[in-house]
Each structure stands twice: as structure tokens, then as C-alpha cells.
Design a protein around this ligand. Structure first.
Ligand code: ATP
Ligand SMILES: Nc1nc2c(ncn2[C@@H]2O[C@H](COP(=O)(O)O)[C@@H](O)[C@H]2O)c(=O)[nH]1
Length: 209
């Protein structure tokens, strides 16, 4: 069956659990492709070039934008982040689904992009703002000042929740992962219904005519 890869957007305030959920989803379905973003943010301990991010300079980032190499990009918490376009287009051609971990600005730009694929957007909420702060601290990778800045911006990010197809409260991790699996399964069936399934049904009927 011909199919175009889904574009699956995950957004949330920083620390609600997007990266954790994305990792779990990819362990569940290794055919999913994670869109590795470029960023001007310095690497955190343990972050691997090309796996977590492509770490770059503001100048090189701007050059990529000017050359049309970014599907979307935005300034988030004072750094630039963007999704390289070419790997997404290749995955779509191969019928592979792509998972994006982007903020609300990236979500809006991917929905508006001319890629024309089936876009599924999911917003992840924390169970409470104190729990969000606890998670940022427990991650143990950002300074107090960075955590304070991210908490300050959390309300602005959350204010975009209604732009998303699905909104999940990430309280129990296993439960949220189960909800994501269910969304992905259902959205793949919807995509297939709109895609090559019509030809398959025609073939099925002709075979037994
Ligand atoms: N349901 C959950 N219950 C408890 N802890 C969680 C849950 N989900 C994620 N965490 C923990 O919260 C911390 C932040 O999670 P994670 O890094 O996945 O957030 P994020 O949304 O990707 O953040 P950022 O936007 O900054 O990249 C991690 O230490 C993770 O293990
Ligand atoms: N618009 C985009 N936002 C992105 C992209 N990659 C990550 N992000 C968002 O940035 C914040 C901070 O990430 P962190 O790794 O520094 O904690 C987070 O909300 C991400 O979703 C991107 O390519 N475009």
C-alpha cells in the first residue's frame, strides 16, 4: 500500500516529559524516526551530537535558515532550535513516520508547512506546576537560573494547548505511553484510509468478482 509518513508533533512546557515519552515510543516502534533538531544551546552532559541534537553556532544556524534547510525554527529560552527539512522529506517519501519534539512555534510552523503530510499534534501537560518544577530539578541538568526561566515561560507554552489534536496529562508515565501508542495506532489507520486503502478494496472486490 502506498503511504506517506505521518508528522507527529509533541509539545509541552519544558520538563513535562516529551523526550522521555519520545524515547519510549521509539523503543516500542523502531520504525519511527525522531527528527533530530539543530540548536545553538550548548550540550548537556551526556548529550550526543547527531543523536540528541546537532549543536551549532548562531551563524551556521542562520545560514541553514537562509538556505531553506529548516522545516521550522524558533527562538526558545534564548537559544535557536530548528528541524532540518531534508530528513523529514526523505522519511515521508519512504512512508516512515517522523516524531518532532518542538515548542508551540514549531508546532504551528509544521502544521502550516507545505509538506502536505498527515500531521498529528499532541500536547503534554504536567499534573501540576510544582510537579513540573520538581521534574526539571530531578533531571539535574540545568542551573537554578535556567529552571526559573523555564518555569516562568511554562504558562505561555501551556496557553497554546487548544491548538493541538490531543492533550495528555503526563502523570503516570506508563499510562501516558499507552495513550500515545493508541493515538499512533489510530492515526495510522486514518492515514491508510485516506491513502492507498481505496485501491486495496477495489482489488479485493475485483479478485472475487
Ligand atoms: N510521568 C512522569 N513521572 C515522573 N517523572 C517523569 C515523568 N515523565 C518524565 N519524567 C521525568 O521528568 C524529567 C523531565 O523529562 P523530559 O526531559 O522528558 O522532559 P521534556 O519535556 O523533554 O523537557 P525539555 O522540553 O526541557 O526537553 C526527566 O527526569 C524524566 O525522567
Ligand atoms: N521550535 C522548535 N523547538 C524545539 C526544537 N527542538 C527542541 N525544541 C524545544 O525547545 C525546548 C527546550 O529544549 P531543551 O532540549 O533545551 O530542553 C523544548 O520545549 C523543545 O520542545 C526545534 O527543532 N524547534
Amino acid at each position: 500500500m502506498d503511504r506517506t509518513g505521518l508528522l507527529i508533533i509533541l509539545s509541552s512546557p519544558s520538563g513535562a516529559g516529551k523526550s522521555t515519552l519520545a524515547r519510549r515510543l521509539m523503543d516500542w516502534d523502531p520504525s519511527l524516526r525522531f527528527s533530530v533538531s539543530a540548536t545553538t544551546r550548548p550540550p548537556r552532559p551526556g548529550e550526543v551530537e547527531g543523536q540528541h541534537y546537532y549543536f551549532t553556532t548562531p551563524g551556521a544556524f542562520r545560514q541553514m535558515v537562509e538556505q531553506g534547510q529548516m522545516l521550522e525554527y524558533a527562538e526558545v529560552f534564548g537559544n535557536l532550535y530548528g528541524s532540518p527539512r531534508a530528513p523529514v522529506e526523505a522519511a515521508m517519501r519512504d512512508g516512515r513516520d517522523t516524531l518532532f519534539d518542538v515548542d508551540w512555534q514549531g508546532g504551528q510552523q509544521i502544521r502550516a508547512s507545505a509538506l502536505g503530510g498527515h500531521v498529528v499534534s499532541i500536547f503534554v501537560l504536567p499534573p501540576s506546576l510544582p510537579e513540573l518544577e520538581r521534574r526539571l530539578r530531578a533531571r539535574g541538568q540545568d542551573s537554578d537560573a535556567v529552571i526559573a526561566g523555564r518555569m516562568e515561560k511554562s504558562r505561555a507554552e501551556i496557553s497554546h494547548w487548544a491548538e493541538y489534536d490531543y492533550v495528555l496529562v503526563n502523570d503516570d508515565l506508563d499510562q501516558t505511553e499507552g495513550q500515545l501508542r493508541a493515538i499512533l495506532t489510530a492515526e495510522r489507520l486514518r492515514r491508510d484510509r485516506q491513502g492507498g486503502l481505496g485501491r486495496f478494496v477495489k482489488h479485493l472486490m475485483e479478485e472475487h468478482a
